[in-house]
Design a protein around this ligand. Structure first.
Ligand code: PRX
Length: 654
């Protein structure tokens, strides 16, 4: 693949992009770095403030103390709903594309306001007040958006938990953030399958007196057991409520939400975003990076359990008065033409998904494209993991028929919004590169000793200066926040990603350089999976690494050492047990693809596991394992290679 390939941006005949030329991008980019106060104040004026800020920003990386729009007061729900009512009360705010193909439900801004107000009143009636945390474990249904916005309306802090997490993971999050109320559904529906959400919440809150209330959305006809005094049907509660609800005006730096994400050590951390800077950044980046215009139909196929759903299904689009599509199903239900069917049915102009989904569709074959025209599409986005140039080109050529701009957007839960991406119609594209920084973002590459690298180079991706969407802390663990992001390279925010910069200054993200793996766009810490495995009585030690996977980007490979006293069962059965163990502790998304029972692990004499060797073996790269003579037990490597060969041969036969 030719990495020098440059594809010129497309201009659509009837329109000039929001940023009209590449020279204008460069000028504004300079301005955003040289005069950030001026630049961001102008952007912030596009929102509605109850009280204007006195200081645009005050940040100290050394002290890990960042603040934007200080003194300002606003409300995220008001900005996403109420302020649009005069002009767009009857415009569709949300199109819910249900699991069942061809079933759509449209919700106008006025209806959205009524639903949100009712849910907000229910929350208040159940004792939720400003600053309280609410756990949201819902499928992709309108009530998910209502609940997020209802929390924002009354100043509560939502923490959405992705449906692929287990009861234990929900429980951990409830405990960590101190939530007393959980919102869930009787069941979810996804790809024709029923997901037992209420059952999972019941297990999560079992014996937890802290949780006083569970609100249950009725998605199917299932009648789960309801514990009197604790469990309430949300629809019944809403019926009793008025469709107006007063707004809690929030300080710009008051928390808006907590979202848990994996790091290289310990349990997932509750990344905390605040109100003003986050909303300014999410809405402005949504407008510019997707070239969003009034009247566009915008479809982001992510899940609201992740940051992409927060910023680019809910807050960014709704703050911009957009029509946003909420998709309940999967890209392959009932077949691999599902996205394109929706694009044609709803006349979608902007479509945003993850490389893993695109790779699955490439594999399914081009025939699924033939049934749709996709003529309405203008901008195609990707996010979540590096996109290989072949996949990029398929997206561009086949899905976009060579007429759409593709925006490969690099960002993270912690960044709140997109930081590196082309601007549609303006930035020349290179397949596989996230291209150039967004306004106010100053990326830099440093070597392992923290020396800044100039010009074309490869190194650790860091960011200098704060931007409005930056996470402010980890809930309840500010020290960990500092340690994780600001201590490795003092004075800089360290992203955890490796990256290359080419001679044109374009950025090519190469993947994580820490012990975080990216599986089908889901971010998982290897340490989390290891502790789930060693919690099983059979396992004394485990080491988990990622390996290249054709569809998922990375797969999960676990090396386990069994307890001497463990009565060996059949290898197949053991694998099943251990996979079940991980599903139980974390959830199905963390299920290992392969488990190898190892006699030992390659360790240095000081006891450090040589993960590089484990990664190479898991990838089947047995040659060039480097110098293993410094290991405590060099012979282990040979045995692991043999076991891996056997495992791979068996997998091929399956
Ligand atoms: O490794 C990068 C990868 O996803 C990580 C962030 O994961 P998460 O916090 O779950 O947020 C994902 C959605 C914003 C990053 O550290 N990543 C994200 N986008 C890209 C990417 N890697 C390469 N190219 C991207 N466009």
């Amino acid at each position: 693949m030719n990495e020098r390939l440059v594809i010129q941006p497309h201009r659509h005949a009837d329109r000039t992009p929001a940023i009209p030329t590449f020279a204008e991008y460069q000028r504004l980019y300079r301005l955003s770095l040289d005069a950030p106060d001026h630049f961001w104040a102008q952007r912030a004026e596009q929102l509605t403030w109850f009280h204007r800020w006195h200081t645009v920003f005050d940040s100290d990386y050394e002290e890990t103390d960042m603040g934007w729009f200080l003194g300002g007061r606003l409300n995220a729900c008001y900005n996403c709903v109420d302020r649009h009512l005069n002009q767009r009360g009857d415009q569709t705010a949300v199109i819910w594309a249900q699991d069942e193909p061809g079933q759509y439900q449209r919700i106008t801004y006025r209806q959205l306001k009524h639903h949100v107000a009712r849910v907000a009143n229910v929350l208040r009636e159940h004792g939720v007040r400003k600053g309280d945390r609410v756990i949201v474990y819902l499928p992709m249904i309108p009530e998910l958006i209502y609940t997020m916005l209802a929390c924002a309306r009354i100043g509560a802090v939502h923490s959405v938990v992705f449906g692929g997490f287990s009861s234990e993971a929900i429980r951990d999050r409830i405990l960590d953030c101190g939530a007393r109320l959980v919102v869930t559904a009787n069941e979810g529906l996804r790809g024709g399958r029923r997901l037992p959400l209420k059952e999972a919440v019941d297990r999560a809150v079992d014996g937890l007196d802290q949780v006083a209330t569970v609100l249950v959305v009725r998605r199917t006809d299932l009648e789960p057991p309801m514990r009197p005094g604790r469990d309430w049907w949300l629809d019944e509660e809403c019926h009793k409520q008025r469709s107006t609800c007063s707004i809690e005006w929030m300080g710009a730096e008051d928390p808006l939400f907590i979202l848990y994400t994996s790091g290289s050590t310990g349990k997932p951390k509750g990344v905390l975003h605040t109100t003003g800077g986050y909303l300014v950044f999410a809405s402005y980046s949504h407008q510019v990076v997707f070239d969003y215009r009034d009247g566009d139909i915008y479809f982001c196929a992510a899940d609201c359990g992740w940051i992409t759903g927060h910023s680019y299904i809910v807050y960014g689009p709704l703050a911009n008065g957009a029509t946003t599509v909420l998709f309940e199903s999967t890209p392959v239900f009932p077949d691999a033409g599902r996205y394109w069917q929706i694009v044609d049915d709803l006349q979608v102009n902007i479509f945003y998904t993850a490389p893993t989904a695109i790779r699955a569709l490439v594999r399914a074959g081009d025939e699924y494209l033939a049934r749709s025209s996709r003529e309405s599409l203008r901008t195609l986005g990707t996010v979540g993991e590096p996109i290989n140039p072949d996949t990029w080109l398929w997206y561009y050529d086949k899905v976009g028929r060579g007429r759409c701009n593709v925006v490969d957007t690099w960002w993270q839960t912690e960044t709140g919004g997109i930081l590196i991406a082309p601007l549609p119609g303006v930035t020349p594209m290179k397949p596989g590169s996230a291209t150039l920084p967004f306004f106010g973002v100053r990326p830099l590459l440093v070597d392992d000793d923290g020396r800044e690298l100039d010009g074309p180079a490869a190194g650790n991706l860091c960011l200098r200066h704060s931007w409005p969407g930056q996470a402010r802390t980890i809930h309840g663990a500010h020290h960990r926040f500092h340690e994780t992001y600001f201590s490795r390279f003092p004075g800089l925010y360290f992203t955890g990603d490796g990256c290359r910069r080419d001679e044109d200054g374009y950025y090519w993200i190469t993947g994580r350089v820490d012990d975080v793996i990216n599986v089908a766009g889901h971010r998982l810490g290897t340490a989390e999976i290891e502790s789930a495995l060693v919690a099983h009585e059979a396992v004394t030690e485990a080491a988990v690494v990622g390996f290249p996977h054709e569809i998922k980007g990375q797969g999960i490979f676990a090396y386990v050492i069994l307890d001497r006293h463990y009565e060996a069962t059949d290898a197949h059965e053991l694998q099943g047990l251990l996979k079940e163990q991980v599903r139980h502790v974390i959830g199905p998304i963390a299920t290992p693809d392969a488990i190898l029972v190892a006699p030992g692990l390659p360790k240095t004499r000081s006891g450090k596991i040589m993960r590089r060797i484990l990664r190479q073996i898991a990838a089947g790269e047995y040659r060039d394992l480097g110098d293993v003579t410094t290991l405590a037990e060099p012979d282990v490597v040979e045995t692991l290679v043999e076991s891996h060969r056997t495992l791979s041969a068996a997998a091929r036969q399956d």
